[in-house]
Design a protein around this ligand. Structure first.
Ligand SMILES: O=C(O)c1ccccc1N[C@@H]1O[C@H](COP(=O)(O)O)[C@@H](O)[C@H]1O
Length: 204
């Protein structure tokens, strides 16, 4: 089980996440988010990370110029698109990409999943009207059809915490899980105990 910790804004939290066993770290380049990090700050954090950690840049309906600016300044391995971007839009940056889909219904999910043949993984998050992500809400994990897992690499996200992560993994058997709010003491500030408990439970 791979674990991505998202919404890193400072080096201390990034190192805590790595030491606790995180496989990937997410940096939010969506200015309205409370977890937004300036590219220069993300670049400084990334320079001091141990090797073999995947660095993920998160965007929501960005201008291509903004993505290219971030990629030119920050050593990013993978891009996570969390808005209404198309498969064609996402693949123009020549980086592996994760497409986030907000789960409204099983039919919607089946349809949406087929629209991203070039995604290296699909991330499933809760649907909350008017909020693109990081809502702290769960979706109905039972909506994931085992057939979908044969066709796509799935990342489960949305409202995950140290207390529900084991159940989420048992029900969905995903490729990876992604968390932001469930391991924070306040928006943009992670909590060491929550990080350690979350990762230990996810990988148990
Ligand atoms: O974290 C954010 O601020 C954010 C903003 C806009 C889009 C996505 C965002 N975060 C992603 O949302 C999911 C679920 O987060 P949570 O665990 O429920 O807080 C996760 O993939 C975050 O990377």
């Amino acid at each position: 089980m791979k674990v991505k910790i998202c919404g890193l804004t400072n080096l201390e939290d990034a190192l805590l996440a790595c030491n606790a066993g995180a496989d990937a770290l997410g940096f939010v380049f969506y200015p309205p988010s409370a977890r937004y990090v300036e590219p220069a700050q993300a670049a400084e954090i990334i320079k001091r990370l141990p090797p073999f950690i995947t660095k993920v840049a998160l965007f929501v309906d960005p201008e291509p110029e903004w993505v290219n600016l971030v990629l030119s300044q920050v050593a990013i391995d993978c891009i996570q698109f969390h808005g209404n971007e198309s498969d064609e839009f996402c693949q123009q940056f020549c980086k592996p990409f994760i497409k986030a889909l907000r789960v409204e219904s099983k039919e919607f999910l089946d349809h949406q999943m087929a629209c991203f043949p070039n995604a290296s993984a699909l991330l499933l998050d809760a649907f909350v009207e008017g909020i693109p992500g990081g809502t702290g809400q769960c979706f109905d994990w039972q909506l994931i059809d085992p057939e979908l897992k044969k066709r796509h690499r799935l990342i489960v996200a949305g409202g995950l915490t140290p207390d529900n992560i084991r159940q989420a993994v048992d029900i969905t058997s995903p490729y990876a899980v992604d968390v932001s709010g469930g391991v924070e003491q306040s928006k943009g500030k992670k909590d060491q105990q929550l990080l350690e408990r979350f990762i230990a439970q996810a990988k148990a």
